[in-house]
Design a protein around this ligand. Sequence first.
Ligand code: NAD
Length: 335
Amino acid sequence: MRRGPRTGLFCIVAVHSTVRGPSLGGCRMWTYDDNRAAIRDALRLSEGMTYKSAVAGLPLGGGKGVIVLHPGKPLDAKRRRAALLDFGETVERLGGSYVTAEDVGTSTRDMTVIAKATSHVSGLSRRAGGSGDPSPYTALGVLHAIEATVERAFDSASLRGRTIAVVGLGHVGLRVARLLAKAGARLVVADIDPTKRDEAERLGARWTTPAKAMIAAVDVLVPCALGGVLDHESVPQLQTPAVAGAANNQLAASDVADLLRERGVLWAPDFVANAGGIVNIAVELDPEGYDPDRATARVAGIGDTLRRIYDDAHTAGTTPLTAAMALAESNLRRA
Ligand code: NAD
């Protein structure tokens, strides 16, 4: 934790694990009630990154960065740039054990500013030789996860004619919806932002409210908005046999995984299904440099990883969450 000399704002970097490679995780620029809350967030998120990268078999550890903003004091452009340079300097001091990327509150363009203070930055624009916007790859990975899940739930991976509800049509959700429409799925979609409705109609999707989409009688539910949507109240109301989406931390608590299994709902662990963005970034570390075709091929591996997790869970009589954690831990031990 370091106080930025230009802005006086606190920069936090949490390095949870470097066992498989440099710790990688985005830089969150966010307002917190106090610094302890920001530290807790960085620690929790960095641990999540360790498991996400380990289960995907990437040569990366888990880390996370936070720039702590003061409540009610948004940054003007000049101070924002100064805060990013302060953060970049903090990253540089860690000598490569942490590599930053974009996250909530930061963008590809912000990474270009951070890169002026450190070389340990990923997710730069394609023009700057980086892997660019991760969302298309996250969406592609979610599509592979949906196919693997449909295959397990219905004995065929084909999405043609399947009814699928997508909740949240943001950077990832809208792209997932487009890929699903192209694959012939029948879509129900929802977002709290009514401006997304036109786009939904262009896809031939049926527009509804988020609350209704969550409990729609569909073949697959695809949460692509906020976390915590699956809990002891919402799961008993689900009318779908399968859930696979991009949203981070979908389970309000880990025992919700048991409830899903008891109710016969197949759940794709979020940190497996939404790893496409980090799989894409990891291609930047290849000795031959970033290549979009290699990234696309590697993202397809998410489907295979999930098939293995479903097999392991079936064999061990456990949940996909437990099987995914066991796979991540075994990959960490091996390293
Ligand atoms: P985004 O902010 O672009 O999109 C989120 C969308 O959800 C917005 O359109 C918003 O209006 C909508 N939304 C918010 N609350 C909602 C609600 N209660 N009901 C319905 N819609 C709601 O974010 P994104 O980049 O598309 O990410 C979506 C999710 O996927 C997040 O949980 C994110 O952490 C996760 N994720 C994203 C990436 C990535 O590459 N962008 C990678 C991994 C995980």
